[in-house]
Design a protein around this ligand. Structure first.
Ligand code: F6R
Length: 608
C-alpha cells in the first residue's frame, strides 16, 4: 500500500528520494510527496497521480538538501488530493511526517488538538499525528515521537524530521514495516527493502514498538519507553538486478519469465535424491512431533491461498494428513478448532499481509505449530512464525503475484514429501517426485516459448466481458489462480469453478458470449473433465483448453488449445499456471491496462 523512503547523508537527497519512490511504485499509490530540509527551512512538494507528476514539479528547482523524507500515498482517510498527500506538517512547517497505517483514535485526538487551537488542513489521520508529535516537541524529536505514539491506537510505520535537528530522522513501527540500512555517513529508512537495495543489502527490520533514531553517524534503536534495543543486522539475499526490468516491458512479464530460475532457487539444496526426501531445516520439528501432527491448515490471502490449496492436495495425497485451507480474513474470526497436533502454514509473499499476520497470531495463541512460507526475508510473518521456509523468489514487484505462487507451491511440495516420507511415501515415489520436480524449469520454459501463440489467443478473447475458468482436482486451484490473474489485471469479470460443480449453477451463465477456459490435462480426472467440457460445448460457449502435448482429441473439443508438457499430476499447477499467467498478461496488455499496477490494488495489504 503506501510507501516510505527517508534519506540522511552527504549526497543530494532529491534524486535518492525520487528514485526510492519509483521503486515503491509497485505497492500501489495515488499521490506522492517529498519534504527536503535545506537553507533553514523544510520544503514540501506533493502531487497527485503518478510519480512523474512529482518529478516534473521538482524539475528545474535547485535542491541542495542532504536529508529528506518521501511517501507514496494510498488514500484511506480523505480523498486523493494534494492536501491529503504526505509528508504532513506541524509546528508551522518545522516538523514533517510520513505515515503508513491507520490511526484509529485520530478523531478524538483531532478534537483535543482543535480545542488547543491546532487546526488540520487535510482530512488525514497522519496530519493529526504530526500535530500530536508537534505538541510534545520540546527540542528532542525522538522523545516527542515516543510521547505521541504512546497515545496512538492503530498501526503505523512513520518517519519524522524536524528543522531544528537537521542531523536526525526518527522512525517507528507498529504493525506497518520499517527497514533501516546504510553505512558510514549515510542512512536510509524505508517501508520495505526495495528502495534501499541499490545502496546496501545489510538492513535492520524494526519490530513493533521500536524506534529508530537515525543520524549521519549511525542508527540507534530503542523502545517507545526509551530502552535501548540490540538488533540483528540481516543480509538480504536479493540481487539488485532482480529488481530491474532487464529489457522486459513490464515487471509482471519479467517475473513470469523468472520462474524457471527462481524455482531452482526454491528447491536447490532442500532435498536428498538418494533418500527420496526433502530436507527443510526451517521446519524445526523432530520426528516425534512430525508424527504427532494429524491436521494441517494453510492460511493465506489471494494467490497465496490458491498456492495453499495445492498444498492441501499434496499433504493429503503424499502425507495422508487431513489438510484444509482458509483465507486469513475468515480464519481469524471463525474461532477455529486447533490444538497441539495441528500444523499451521501461513503463506505470504510480502510477509506483511495484515489478515495473514493476525491469523498467525491467533493460531499461535491456540497452541498450534505455526510455520511460515514467505518470500520477503525479515518480514513480520517470517519473524513471528516459529520456523518455516523462505521461498527465494526474489523481489516480486508487479502487483499480480506470479513467481511467488510457483515457489510457494514448490516449497509446499517439499514439505508434503518430507512428512510423507516419515509416514507412507515409499523411497521410489519420493525419488520420482523429486526427479519430476527437477524437470519443472525445462517444462516452464516450453510454455514460455509459446508466449506469442498465447498472445494471439489473447487477442481473440480480449473483448469478452466475462469468462469462466474450470479445473478439477489439483487443477481447480489453477483455475482459481488463472481467473484471479485475469480479473485483477484486465478487469474482465471471471469466475472459477470445479468442473463437476458447474452444472449446479454456473452453467446457467454459459452462452456464445461467455468463453470457458478449462484445464483438461491427462491425469486421473481427464475423462471427468472431458465430460464437463462436452457440457460446455453443448451450450455453445467458446472453449480454450489447457491440454497435454499430444492430446489431439483436445482440438476437436475446443476453439483454441494451449498445449503443456506432461508432468506428475501433483506438479501440474507448476506448469499449467504459467500458461494462464501469460494469457492474463497478454489480454491486459492488449487492452491497454496498467499491468504492473492495476487499479485499486496494492502489493502489500497491510491494513485489514
Ligand atoms: C494476486 C495477489 C494477491 C496476494 C495477496 C496476498 O495476484 O498478488 O492476491 O496474493 O494479497 O499477499 P501476500 O502473499 O503478500 O500475503
Amino acid at each position: 500500500m503506501c510507501g516510505i523512503i527517508g534519506y540522511i547523508g552527504n549526497k543530494s537527497a532529491t534524486p535518492i528520494l525520487v528514485q526510492g519512490l519509483r521503486r515503491l511504485e509497485y505497492r500501489g499509490y495515488d499521490s506522492a510527496g517529498v519534504a527536503l530540509l535545506q537553507d533553514g527551512a523544510i520544503t514540501r512538494i506533493r502531487s497527485i497521480g503518478k510519480i512523474d507528476n512529482l518529478a516534473e514539479k521538482l524539475k528545474g528547482e535547485k535542491f541542495s538538501a542532504t536529508s529528506g523524507i518521501a511517501h507514496t500515498r494510498w488514500a484511506t482517510h480523505g480523498g486523493v488530493t494534494e492536501e491529503n498527500a504526505h509528508p504532513h506538517a506541524a509546528l508551522g512547517g518545522k516538523l514533517v511526517l510520513v505515515h503508513n497505517g491507520i490511526m484509529e483514535n485520530y478523531r478524538e485526538i483531532k478534537e483535543e488538538l482543535q480545542k488547543e487551537g491546532i487546526e488540520c488542513v487535510s482530512q488525514t489521520d497522519t496530519e493529526v499525528l504530526a500535530h500530536l508529535i508537534g505538541k510534545y516537541y520540546a527540542g528532542n524529536l525522538r522523545s516527542a515521537v515516543q510521547k505521541a505514539l504512546e497515545r496512538v491506537h492503530g498501526t503505523y510505520g512513520i518517519v519524522a524530521m524536524h528543522l531544528d535537528e537537521p542531523d536526525r530522522l526518527v522512525a517507528a513501527r507498529m504493525g506497518s514495516p520499517i527497514v533501516v540500512g546504510g553505512q558510514e555517513d549515510e542512512y536510509y529508512i524505508a517501508s520495505d527493502a526495495t528502495p534501499i537495495l541499490p545502496y546496501t543489502k545489510k538492513v535492520i527490520f524494526l519490530a513493533d514498538g521500536e524506534i529508530a533514531d537515525v543520524s549521519r553517524h549511525g542508527i540507534e534503536i530503542c523502545t517507545l519507553t526509551d530502552k535501548p534495543v540490540e538488533k540483528k543486522v540481516e543480509e538480504l539475499d536479493w540481487d539488485e538486478n532482480q529488481a530491474q526490468l532487464q529489457g522486459f516491458p513490464h515487471f509482471m512479464l519479467k517475473e513470469i519469465f523468472d520462474q524457471p530460475q527462481v524455482f531452482q532457487d526454491a528447491i536447490g539444496g532442500r532435498y536428498d535424491l538418494g533418500d527420496g526426501t526433502a530436507r527443510l531445516g526451517g521446519l524445526n520439528m523432530n520426528e516425534e512431533q512430525m508424527r504427532s501432527i494429524n491436521r494441517v491448515i494453510f492460511i493465506a490471502c489471494g494467490t497465496a491461498s490458491y498456492a495453499g490449496m495445492v498444498g492441501k492436495y499434496a499433504f493429503e495425497r503424499l502425507a495422508g494428513i487431513s489438510a484444509e485451507v482458509d483465507v486469513a480474513s475468515e480464519f481469524r474470526y471463525r474461532d477455529p478448532i486447533i490444538d497441539e497436533k495441528t500444523l499451521v502454514f501461513v503463506i505470504s509473499q510480502s510477509g506483511e499481509t495484515a489478515d495473514t499476520l493476525a491469523a498467525l497470531r491467533e493460531a499461535k495463541r491456540k497452541g498450534a505449530f505455526v510455520r511460515g512460507i514467505v518470500n520477503v526475508v525479515g518480514s513480520t510473518i517470517a519473524r513471528e512464525a516459529e520456523g518455516g521456509t523462505y521461498i527465494h523468489a526474489g523481489p516480486e514487484l508487479a502487483v499480480a503475484s506470479t513467481k511467488a505462487y510457483t515457489n510457494m507451491v514448490a516449497v509446499m511440495m517439499l514439505y508434503a514429501l518430507q512428512f510423507g516420507r516419515s509416514r507412507r511415501v515409499s523411497h521410489a515415489t519420493g525419488t520420482r517426485l523429486l526427479e519430476a520436480m527437477r524437470e519443472i524449469p525445462e517444462k516452464m520454459k516450453q510454455i514460455l516459448a509459446q508466449a506469442d501463440t498465447i498472445k494471439a489467443m489473447a487477442e481473440k478473447y480480449k473483448e469478452y466481458e466475462d469468462m469462466l475458468f474450470l479445473g478439477r482436482g489439483i487443477n481447480y486451484p489453477v483455475a482459481l489462480e488463472g481467473s484471479l490473474k485475469l480479473k485483477e489485471i484486465s478487469y474482465i469479470h471471471s469466475e472459477a469453478y470445479p468442473g463437476g460443480e458447474m452444472k449446479h449453477g454456473a452453467i446457467a451463465l454459459l452462452s456464445p458470449n461467455f468463453p470457458v477456459l478449462a484445464i483438461m490435462t491427462k491425469n486421473s480426472l481427464y475423462d471427468k473433465m472431458r465430460s464437463n467440457i462436452e457440457e460446455v460445448k453443448a451450450r455453445g460457449a467458446k472453449i480454450i483448453l489447457i491440454a497435454t502435448e499430444g492430446d489431439e482429441r483436445a482440438k476437436d473439443l475446443s476453439d483454441d488449445v494451449i498445449f503443456v508438457p506432461s508432468t506428475m499430476e501433483l506438479l501440474e499447477p507448476l506448469v499449467n499456471t504459467v500458461a494462464l499467467q501469460l494469457f492474463a498478461y497478454h489480454v491486459a496488455v492488449l487492452l491497454g491496462k496498467d499491468v504492473d499496477r492495476p487499479r485499486n490494488l496494492a502489493k502489500s495489504v497491510t491494513v485489514e
